[in-house]
Design a protein around this ligand. Structure first.
Ligand code: HEM
Length: 150
């Protein structure tokens, strides 16, 4: 029962992260940026941070307390490929998070502040890369759960 509940929460968090990344991508457009969009991006990015922490917590909870036992995962290269992809997504997200935070600070000093177009374009490309690496994670997860490469 606990395993079922934790697995369900794991999936819900994953869909939450996908939704937040899609929302950030939709907002991160040079042509449509406004002070309000910057505030929204700040909120979505905070949600992203919380959800990323939650999936780490729940994910490792499944590793240590799941039905299959920790060794099933820790000895499986697909598990480590999944963790590596998750790490790459995390590393890619550092710059957008820092820039969005900086934009919000600027907005407090200047209520009409709009970020420079080239910077928005750069962050959009990083977000796209993030989403593509994120898409690899369920593939590694499916392989890992079935002991492929074990
Ligand atoms: C670092 C954080 C994470 C850890 C430690 C983790 C760990 C796990 C574990 C232990 C399972 C159970 C597999 C089984 O039934 O044997 C699982 C399943 C799954 N995870 Fe994660 N996970 C993490 C993050 C993610 C993320 C970010 C995604 C999606 C992008 C994801 C997608 C999935 C999917 C789709 C399954 C179901 C696989 C299947 O049964 O076919 N996980 N995860």
């Amino acid at each position: 029962m606990i395993d079922f509940l934790v697995a369900s929460v794991h999936h819900l968090i994953v869909f939450g992260i996908a939704a937040v990344l899609a929302a950030e991508l939709a907002l991160m457009r040079p042509a449509a940026m406004s002070p309000h969009t910057v505030r929204l991006l700040g909120r979505f990015d905070a949600a992203y941070g919380l959800l990323a922490l939650a999936i780490l917590f729940v994910g490792f909870g499944r590793v240590w307390h799941g039905a299959k036992g920790a060794d099933f995962y820790l000895d499986n290269p697909m598990f480590w490929a999944k963790i590596a992809a998750f790490g790459v997504v995390g590393i890619l997200s550092i710059r957008p998070t820092m820039r969005i935070a900086a934009w919000r600070k600027r907005l407090k000093l200047d209520a009409a502040f709009v970020p420079p177009q080239e910077e928005i374009g750069k962050l959009r490309r990083i977000l796209l890369a993030e989403i593509h690496v994120f898409a690899l994670i369920p593939i590694f997860a499916a392989a890992m759960a079935r002991g492929i490469g074990y």
